[in-house]
Design a protein around this ligand. Sequence first.
Ligand SMILES: [Zn+2]
Ligand SMILES: [Zn+2]
Length: 331
Amino acid sequence: MSRTTPPRPLDVEAFFPELAEHRGTATRLHPRPGGPTAADSSVGGPLRWPADEPWPVCGEFHGVGEGRRPADVRRLRRLLSALGDRPRTERELVLIAELGRLHRMPDPLAPVPLIALAQLYRRDVPDLPPGPDGCDLLQVFWCPFETHGPGRYERELVLRWRRSAEVGRVLAAAPEPPVVGSEHLLPEPCVLHPQRVVVHQFAGLLPEGLCARLDAWDEANEAAARAAGTRPVDYQEDLSIPPGWRVGGFASWHATDPYPVDCPVCGTAMRLLLVIDSSEAGGGSWAPVEDRGGPVEWSSCPTWVQIGDLCELNVFDCPADPAHPPRWCIQ
Ligand SMILES: [Zn+2]
Ligand SMILES: [Zn+2]
């Protein structure tokens, strides 16, 4: 089933024609549980990875490397969704505790296989820019631990571009880390339902005068809606940037003030490549038509990936050379 974003509740450019200069497009990915293959774009699915190429690893020291075993995490997810809200039996409680137990890396000094987070084919995702040298397939990995960088609380994200036609024999089974530092880093296999939508620049990055007029307009809309007992239409909530996993468009800077994101190699202003979001729920007017009234978990967090406390991870790449390393920020 495809996913359809409903039309915006109103045409904001009819009220603010100058917003046309700050219009863009983004491709909403709408990940949903499924059985993707290496030939598909996916979150948490098998990658089209050459059988004879080493799988990427993280060589950083992660302390004792304590975490949960991937198989335990998956089994517990199955169990909890099968149990639903009903009271647990004694036996089930024991099993839940056992599957939630922490284990240590057998060898904390050994390199850790990265987790395959997503792969995106350009043919599926209209807003995915071309990779270096005509690459058409983006593969996204991260380390199963969040203990990198000087403060030892940063994540490690790796992007690999490749030409899909050049991959011969595909790796049958990807190596997995023995434990994951957080279950929120382990995605469930999801198929994608890419859909391109029109977006508008984050309010705080619009020209000052326009931003002030939009603020005043939002306030007037809110007062009118309160008087009428209806839901107000809001620029940031409804008309600029959708929630959920997406490619391209504009970054939302709702948690910090916007700051410049420049390429660490060449200094070029970077572009938003991918947004990894904790949830598509609370999407309000952005909620896909097909998900309305459906099971909550499908539209809330089908990937099981969570960024902090329901935040999103904005991944930027260098438009001058997509082979330059990415940067990211959490919002
Ligand atoms: Zn690592
Ligand atoms: Zn660069």
